[in-house]
Write a protein that binds this ligand. Sequence first.
Ligand code: 13P
Length: 251
Amino acid sequence: MARRKIIAGNWKMNKTPSEAKELVNTLKPLVENPDVDVVYCVPAIDIVPVGEAIRGTNVQLGAENMSDQDKGAYTGEISADMLLDAGVKFVIIGHSERRGYYHEDDAFLNRKVLKAFEKGLTPILCCGESLEQREAGVTLDWIRLQIKSDLQGVTAEQAKTMVIAYEPIWAIGTGKTATADQAEEVCGAIRSTIAEIYDTDTAEAIRIQYGGSMNAGNCKELLAKPDIDGGLIGGAALKPDFGKIVNYNKD
Ligand code: 13P
């Protein structure tokens, strides 16, 4: 069975609650595509207003981060139960900005992935190499290590439902997109790694996104690749362009 495409916006630290509602309303008529799952991963403070603004639409709600703990004395953190109660379905885990700026390591991210599954949230697990790693020729080794470490203890049944986002760090916010062939090479390697950890059924079911300067102009070519099942979109998710990405298969 063909995998359903999933196009997710990662709003990062953009949009106040009132701006967020405005953006949802602007995008509403532009993001209708019955062939595609559409997700908005928004700042924590925007989750409730965006949840209200997307009611009755095809858009699903996502968070950008989550605590690895259940509840209690963790000042500033947000738990899986809080996200679920607010209507969140997806949670980004291990974005390179969290790994880089906030020193989130694979052991910590593995705990978050397990917590998300335990609670019934779908993780969008990010991985990706730096420019130095790409130039040193260790991209595939690095990605395999990230995936294997972050999925410790995850069952095949759980893995089948999740999303992995391949986001080369050098392509994020730089306007420098990976070529469709470069992106496909790594997404294919991620799928092979999943087949190695689990089995081919799991590898065929899991959805793998590309992220990194994806836009209305380059999305078609990237999304045509057999192992690229969607996109995780930063800058272009904040503009009407996002509607064009969601409707990549039209016209
Ligand atoms: P840009 O689309 O702005 O490059 O961001 C990609 C990204 O990091 C999505 O998570």
